[in-house]
Design a binder for this molecule. Structure first.
Ligand code: DQA
Length: 148
């Protein structure tokens, strides 16, 4: 049994309602519900947190260093493109993570095409909508089973 943490950054509480032509119609509760069911089926424990505040996400990463979290999936929202502080928190945590984006950043504005976190991530999933979280979680299961 592993502890898996799913983090979502700013404005992702509005999923389903926010620019659905870009981000889809699933709510964050829909997505987290599916992830929780997947974790339960695998015997893993899921914790999820969404925050619009950078420091809340950073504080949760600090807590993750001490609470046995084995893997993190994060959609950092716009903090992807701005937050060296979030990168530093991941470097300090030394917990493997996958970065997820609903939209295909490579087809969007230039300012969305750089991620401060990607260099520290195991991998990234972009442009596959809400399914991207599920694919990231499947990858996490595989890595946890392999012990890496
Ligand atoms: C996003 C892409 C970001 O550029 C944007 O700021 C978001 C959502 C995505 O999931 O596609 O809030 O992370």
């Amino acid at each position: 049994m592993a502890k898996i943490l799913v983090l979502n950054g700013p404005n992702l509480n509005l999923l389903g309602d926010r620019e659905p032509h870009i981000y889809g119609t699933d709510t964050l509760a829909d997505i987290n519900g599916r992830l929780a069911a997947m974790c339960e089926a695998q015997g893993h424990q899921l914790d999820s947190l969404q925050s619009n505040a950078e420091y809340v996400l950073i504080d949760r990463l600090h807590a993750a260093r001490k609470d046995g979290t084995g893997f993190i999936i994060i959609n950092p929202g716009a903090f992807t493109h701005t937050s060296i502080a979030l990168l530093d928190a991941f470097l300090a945590a030394e917990i493997p993570f996958i970065e997820v984006h609903l939209s295909n950043l490579h087809r969007r504005e230039a300012y969305r095409q750089h991620s401060y976190l990607a260099s520290a991530a195991v991998g990234t999933v972009v442009g596959l909508g809400a399914q991207g979280y599920e694919l990231a979680l499947q990858a996490a299961f595989r890595r946890l089973a392999q012990g890496n």
